[in-house]
Design a binder for this molecule. Sequence first.
Ligand SMILES: N[C@@H](CCC(=O)N[C@@H](CS)C(=O)NCC(=O)O)C(=O)O
Length: 240
Amino acid sequence: MDQRAYGGDSEFPPLEPGKLRLYGNRFCPFTERVRLVLAAKGVEYEQVNIRLRDKPKWYLEKFPAGRTPGLEQDDHLLWESIVICEYLDETFSQNVLFPKVPYDKARIKLLVSAFDPVVPLGAYPAYCKSTATDKEAEEALLTGLEPLEAEITQLGTPFFGGNKPRILDFLVWPWFERFPAFQELSGFHLSDQRFPNLNRWMERMYGQMAVQVCMHATQLHVQAVQLYKDNKSFHDVGLD
Ligand SMILES: N[C@@H](CCC(=O)N[C@@H](CS)C(=O)NCC(=O)O)C(=O)O
């Protein structure tokens, strides 16, 4: 994943026939969802990173919405992290991550469709941009995490997926990986009183191979968040 990002005037990097390519960016949590799924399933792929504020023209031609992640293989093009994760889970049969039972699968989709507009697309970016004194942004983020604390408490299992992480663990993890950076920058933390089971879950997730392969160290997230906050380019931080 540690490739420099392609910008507006770059040439399209040729794609070999049959090769699975993930377009993303080193700090995009939605791209990380897909990387976690690929790592958990042991699927080989290449990652091409793109600059989000200076998107390559060829990227916009392939993916008019212009967001990351995007997936390309031969004449197949897919976007939207959950769609891509489900496609990959069905295409590569090893270590199935989505539940087979339709009701269980539907419930996970409901949880994620409630989580995404609140935490990933609302509270988290707002908190990233906020200051240490912005208690309102902090509370919005914490409130958005409560349904997950309720879910893991009710399940009573080590992971959302049971005895090992499965799809819900991987879909929500990228935001949790970034919380220690927030803690360092502004004291944000999940208190044990309010989030006892999510805290234990986080500790277990750090021990998972897929997480270890995909994660950045907290210091790198700290640098990326600081640059994002200052409207500066963060894509290649740590590669210099
Ligand atoms: N719902 C999308 C969200 C993807 C998303 O917002 N990606 C961000 C990067 S982390 C992006 O591409 N932002 C640039 C833009 O919206 O122009 C998904 O799940 O894939």
